[in-house]
Design a protein around this ligand. Structure first.
Ligand code: PLP
Length: 367
């Protein structure tokens, strides 16, 4: 069903698959997984996870149990599903039953997992080590204590060691090499007891760090969905998302007239503006408006504030015959404007833009 006068977003699954394959080709060791948490960064897990599976991806990362069950239902049993926030108390046996791999992020979580699963066999878990981000993870000293009791780690089914980089999008940041060194040291310490243990460190930007950050598995998210992995945007991915909003009214303004809520913008000359359907309820950030742009035959500045259901573009500078008319669509993301452009205008990151694209938009998938 096509709903006229409703904003639409299209998601290019082929581009997601190409991005995954290209990231895989960049690795000098190991395999490439996919982070599909938060509904595949807002783009729709039901379509994204099977597309990545068809491309050959077999390692999927989600944030929590609920997301993990969703992926388990979507994909064949040949996939490993990692739950990045680990296993909540009391869900250990449900994780085992659904064959989910918890990324255990604290010592108490490890102890609960060990107590609940030690009598079973073959229930792999991953341990996350805090190497300097200080968000989640078992402390290095705690892990050393566990290494001194290898039977505990064996009973708990430790198969993976993981950590997470805090500053990988800025390769020159000194924390990168510190975290990489600490992680490598922990692997070296564990290897004699656990020769089959595997390791994973890199998110999208981490793939491009110097010094062998790939290990056995990388975990890109945003780069799959078209976001530039590095802060300087020197690496460009295939664009995945486009967003078009229909014009619902074209309006002519005299000099000195206010535009939108708060009369934030007042014209200093006569203007022609296009009001489009799509506002903050569709995921446009209010902070995007002051430097936000759309595209229709040329770049169009946003005027005034973003409303819940609409926003307003200045089309004055376009020649009369090139101006959008009612029901023409203005591009906000697409050929001329990338997700990183919108993020930069809004003072945020592509991740926030993608995960906010709203349910109200009509979604179309390109194979
Ligand atoms: C979200 C997340 C990723 C993916 O990060 P991107 O920067 O989107 O590639 C990888 N690892 C962990 C632990 C995460 O939370």
């Amino acid at each position: 069903m096509h709903y006229p006068m409703t904003g639409r977003i299209s998601i290019n699954l082929a581009a997601i698959r190409q991005n995954w394959t290209w990231l895989l080709s960049q690795l000098d060791s190991g395999d490439c997984g996919a982070v599909v948490k938060a509904n595949a960064y807002g783009l729709g897990i039901e379509r994204v996870a099977p597309a990545l599976h068809a491309e050959g991806c077999r390692h999927f990362f989600v944030a929590n149990f609920r997301e993990a069950l969703q992926v388990r239902e979507l994909l064949e049993a040949d996939c490993q599903i990692f739950v990045l926030q680990g296993c909540p108390e009391g869900l250990e046996l449900e994780f085992v039953e659904a064959q989910l791999i918890p990324v255990l992020v604290s010592l108490p979580m490890f102890e609960r997992w060990h107590a609940a699963t030690k009598i079973l066999t073959n229930n792999p878990c991953a341990l996350k080590i805090n190497t300097g981000m200080n968000r989640l993870g078992i402390e290095i000293g705690e892990f050393e204590t566990l290494l001194a009791q290898p039977h505990l780690l064996r009973e708990a089914g430790m198969r993976w060691l993981m950590s997470h980089l805090a500053c990988a999008d800025t390769p020159v940041h000194t924390l990168n090499s510190i975290q990489l060194k600490r992680f490598s040291e922990m692997i070296a310490r564990a290897e004699s007891e656990f020769p089959d243990m595997k390791a994973s460190l890199a998110n999208s930007p981490g793939i491009f760090l110097p010094g062998d950050p790939h290990f056995d598995l990388v975990r890109p998210g945003v780069a799959l969905y078209g976001g530039a992995p590095l802060a300087d945007r020197s690496i460009r991915m295939n664009p995945v998302v486009s967003l078009h909003l229909p014009v619902i009214q074209v309006r002519r303004l005299e000099r000195g007239e206010a535009v939108g809520y708060g009369a934030q913008y007042v014209t200093t000359e006569p203007k022609v503006v296009a009001v489009v359907s799509g506002g903050y309820a569709d995921g446009l950030l209010r902070g995007w408006a002051p430097s936000g742009r759309g595209w229709f035959n040329d770049f169009l500045p946003v005027l005034g504030r973003v409303s819940m259901d609409s926003c307003i573009f200045d089309i004055t500078h376009l020649p009369e015959d090139l101006r959008p008319k009612e029901s023409d669509e203005i591009e906000l993301l697409g050929e001329h404007l990338g997700v990183d452009d919108m993020a930069a205008a809004a003072g945020t990151i592509s991740y926030e833009i993608l995960t906010r694209l709203g349910e109200r938009l009509q979604k179309r998938y390109l194979e």
